[in-house]
Design a protein around this ligand. Structure first.
Ligand SMILES: C[S@@+](CC[C@H](N)C(=O)[O-])C[C@H]1O[C@@H](n2cnc3c(N)ncnc32)[C@H](O)[C@@H]1O
Length: 349
């Protein structure tokens, strides 16, 4: 081999081996979540493997091997034959409302693997893969990935950072959540502001059915969901329109921006929540950029290309490009109002 730098090669191999370890952990983490192993371990640990198996109704030989893999991954703590979750491990794997619960990331990774044949063919044709034709439960995986961020920031930080919006919501406003998916964001807002009325639009019928079922299960009467496209949904005269992690998925986000402008009333606000990104590839070479560029290749770009226009902004469009798209719809002012490790929030008026 010529020009091979041994040190750099060893670093790369070490790094890729670590990545493969993460990739093969996807089914194990999802089994641990689905069978309640993390939650049970949090509750009863430190315990021996057989005790966890017994308490969770699982076969001891499988649980022993699973725990060994988890300990080797650093996802479970092991000491003198006893297994437990540290407080930090519990926040990531066993507490659904923790801001750093990352189980949804593993669900999304599984859905991306399932998407491979369709997206691989699309690389050759340049066509899209429609949102509804993607992996088994792409919708559930994505909803779960974003859930911790919404639960911990939407009502507490993102809405208050908008100019005058919380006062309107408290008094009683009309709100549309466009591209609402399973409606988690809509439902969180509906719970927090009982005097306001919320409508969630999404062009995916299955997502609307799931969102409706969630709202019903919560007993909410100030929220409903309708099938509708961002570029031509029916409603008018909204005080606030929100878009959560979906503008870049749209085929024609400029047409959506123009339609949303018309659907707002005088003084109305558009809140655009998008994946966190800087404006250049160089600045996005980091773990979050890696996650989002990968998801964008397998989910977001195919979703956009499957629609009219197919602008395919990508999940790492960044503030500058997003601002151009938003302003093309007739919005005069665009302001970055909040940032989390995974999301940025723009206010458009
Ligand atoms: C990544 S998901 C986000 C869903 C939800 N807002 C959330 O944060 O969990 C993107 C959503 O955009 C919807 N979508 C994409 N293009 C759309 C369009 N043109 N009109 C309406 N919804 C659209 C998809 O159906 C999907 O539910």
């Amino acid at each position: 081999m010529t020009n091979v730098n041994e040190t750099r090669l060893n670093e790369l191999v070490g790094c890729v081996l670590g990545d493969i370890g993460g990739a093969v952990s996807v089914p194990l983490v999802r089994i641990g979540d689905a069978l309640g192993l993390y939650r049970k371990l949090k509750e009863i640990g430190p315990v021996k493997a057989d005790e966890l198996a017994d308490a969770s109704g699982c076969a001891p030989r499988y649980v022993r091997e699973w725990l060994a893999a988890q300990a080797a991954s650093g996802y479970v703590h092991h000491e003198q034959g006893l297994f437990s979750l540290t407080p930090e491990q519990a926040l990531v794997f066993a507490e659904p409302n923790s801001p750093v619960n990352l189980i949804g990331g593993f669900d999304t990774a599984a859905a991306m693997v399932e998407n491979q044949p369709k997206v691989q063919s699309a690389f050759k044709t340049g066509r899209g893969v429609a949102w509804g034709d993607q992996a088994g439960c792409m919708f559930c995986a994505v909803a779960r990935l974003f859930r911790p961020g919404y639960v911990n920031a939407l009502v507490q930080d993102w809405l208050p950072a908008l100019d005058g919006v919380v006062d309107k919501l408290k008094a009683g406003a009309t709100v549309a959540d466009v591209g609402c998916g399973h409606g988690l964001s809509t439902i969180l807002m509906a719970h927090a502001f009982p005097n306001s009325r919320f409508i969630g639009y999404d062009f995916d019928a299955d997502s609307i059915a799931a969102a409706t079922a969630h709202a019903r299960a919560d007993g909410l009467t100030n929220v409903c969901f309708e099938i509708g496209r961002a570029q031509d949904f029916d409603g008018r005269d909204f005080d606030l329109i929100t878009c959560f992690d979906c503008l870049h998925d749209m085929g024609d986000p400029k047409a959506a921006a123009a339609h949303i402008r018309k659907a707002l009333n005088e003084g109305g606000t558009w809140m655009v929540v998008e994946p966190m990104a800087a404006d250049t590839l160089e600045e996005n070479i980091n773990p979050v950029g890696r996650l989002y560029y990968s998801a964008s290749t397998m989910i977001c770009v195919p979703t956009s290309l499957a629609q009219e226009t197919g602008l395919a902004l990508g999940a790492q469009a960044g503030e500058k490009r997003l601002t151009e798209v938003i302003q093309s719809g007739g919005f005069k002012h665009v302001r970055l109002t909040a940032k989390t490790p995974l999301n940025m929030v723009l206010e458009a008026t």
